[in-house]
Design a protein around this ligand. Structure first.
Ligand code: GLN
Length: 289
């Protein structure tokens, strides 16, 4: 007979060797097996697990020890207070990507009914967070993976978020001639040979790896953005902690103004923003020409 409180302690101890977030992992896995939320766990520590529940927990523990992210094991991940469905078809939303959401909200504070494009939306995390925060916004979310977009669309439906349109295709491909007040993206940015990919083996490579220096997608996004933005519109991209200078250069080369990098909560350069030129014509032609 296993009590929930004892199962939790045992699980936490086993996971401590493999996970920096063992206590949280253990709570999430046990709550999942019991069909409860984490708060309910604490209120009923004497609850007894059935044999089936004990077996299910052991199986999840083994998979976690094997490196599978908790989000895939329980099919859920919280992002910007949204409870998102997550499957191995999408990158697990990271807390550092909430920086992108915050920056976009700040940038768009003075824009009524903004139009927003999210490139490489995956689970829809960033697009849905922005759409929830700004019900007056029209958000377009693009992903090359139809399987990822199916997850994103289910998230939108379950969360009753109606102001996001999902389009399948590569980067700007599906948006045609439309222009947006803001473009946001958490693209793949890990270098193909980066050993960090080993620890990310359960997540889709398409969402992670981007060429020899990890900049392939960022380069494409920055180069393509000016014609897709309204005058003065903002581009905000997530990138690796050592890619800030390279991304600032990419934006500057593409004519972006007021280019600046922001750090995540760990103090690492994580997101860079720039404005498309407001007065493009004046800077290229003098009066009377
Ligand atoms: N932030 C992720 C990681 O390094 C990478 C995500 C990405 O490439 N967009 O774990």
């Amino acid at each position: 007979m296993t009590r929930a409180a004892d199962a939790l302690v045992a699980l936490r101890e086993r996971l401590a060797a493999v996970s920096p977030s063992a206590a949280l992992d253990a709570e999430l896995l046990l709550a999942h097996v019991l069909g409860q939320n984490r708060a309910a766990l604490a209120s009923d520590p004497a609850r007894v697990l059935s044999h089936a529940q004990t077996d299910a927990l052991s199986s999840l523990m083994r998979r976690r020890i094997g490196g599978e992210p908790v989000a895939y094991l329980i099919g859920r991940r919280e992002f910007w207070s949204l409870d998102l469905e997550v499957t191995p078809e999408v990158l697990v939303p990271r807390p550092e990507s909430e920086l992108l959401v915050q920056l976009a909200i700040d940038e768009l504070a003075a824009v009524a009914r903004p139009t927003v494009l999210d490139l490489g939306t995956g689970s829809g995390a960033i697009a849905l967070a922005l759409a929830r925060e700004r019900p007056d916004a029209t958000v377009t979310a693009v992903d090359a993976s139809p399987a990822a977009l199916a997850v994103a669309a289910r998230n939108a439906e379950r969360l009753h978020i109606c102001n996001v349109t999902f389009l399948t295709g590569s980067w700007y491909g599906p948006v045609g001639a439309a222009q947006f007040d803001a473009i946001v993206s958490n693209p793949p940015y890990v270098a193909d040979q980066d050993s960090a990919l080993g620890a990310l083996a359960f997540e889709p490579r398409l969402a992670l790896a981007a060429g020899a220096d990890g900049l392939d997608a960022l380069q494409l996004i920055c180069a393509g953005a000016p014609v897709k933005l309204t005058a003065g519109g903002v581009l905000i991209v997530e990138h690796g902690a050592t890619q800030g200078a390279a991304v600032r250069a990419l934006m500057s080369q593409s004519g972006f103004e007021r280019v600046a990098t922001h750090c995540d909560l760990a103090g690492l350069e994580r997101a860079t923003r720039g404005n498309s030129a407001r007065l493009a014509l004046e800077s290229t032609s003098g009066p009377g020409e």
